[in-house]
Design a protein around this ligand. Sequence first.
Ligand code: GAR
Length: 192
Amino acid sequence: MVRLAVFASGNGSNFEAIYEKKQKYDVCVLICDKRNAFVLYRAKRLMIPSYVIERSSYRTLEEYEEDILMVLKKYQVDWIALAGYMRIVGNVLLKAFPRRILNIHPSLLPLYPGKEAIKQAIDNHAKTTGITIHYIDSGIDTGEIIAQAIVDILPNMDEETVKDAIQKQEHLLYPQIINQLIEEEANETGTY
Ligand code: GAR
């Protein structure tokens, strides 16, 4: 079974959906960069080991990621899913996991990258937005796109209700794509 690490910074609803819909992978560890994040309570409840590793405790991004890498090696992690992890991924992790780090973003990239993607769409009076699952590269939400889904912004919707609609889609599509990519890789390499 493929061993997946999830990285998160906040609520962790995607973390939980990824855990619940696991078929081709096990969620073996949570990496969190915020000590008070709600995702830590979810991990505890699901009995998934979690590590709080805060960027502010390190001088450089490389040192920060070297410590994360040590944990990933300890748990023999194969794939990483970022789920509301609000940081740029640096070279240490990119080199260690080439095309094995995924991200989910609440917009139809390349539209509305970065922070507050839902607010950006609403401020722009967009009638539709959506979600994107993509590989991570060294940019902000710029990696190769794997899958997208459209979410309508109806006239009576505000940021909160758009977010609810987006997250409903995320919780379905993200685990589905992770399972699918892992299965495809296994079929290609004949290692399943
Ligand atoms: C998700 O909607 C995800 O798309 C977004 O953060 C939210 C985390 O929710 N990610 C980004 O904005 C990344 N640029 P969650 O903590 O409940 O899973």
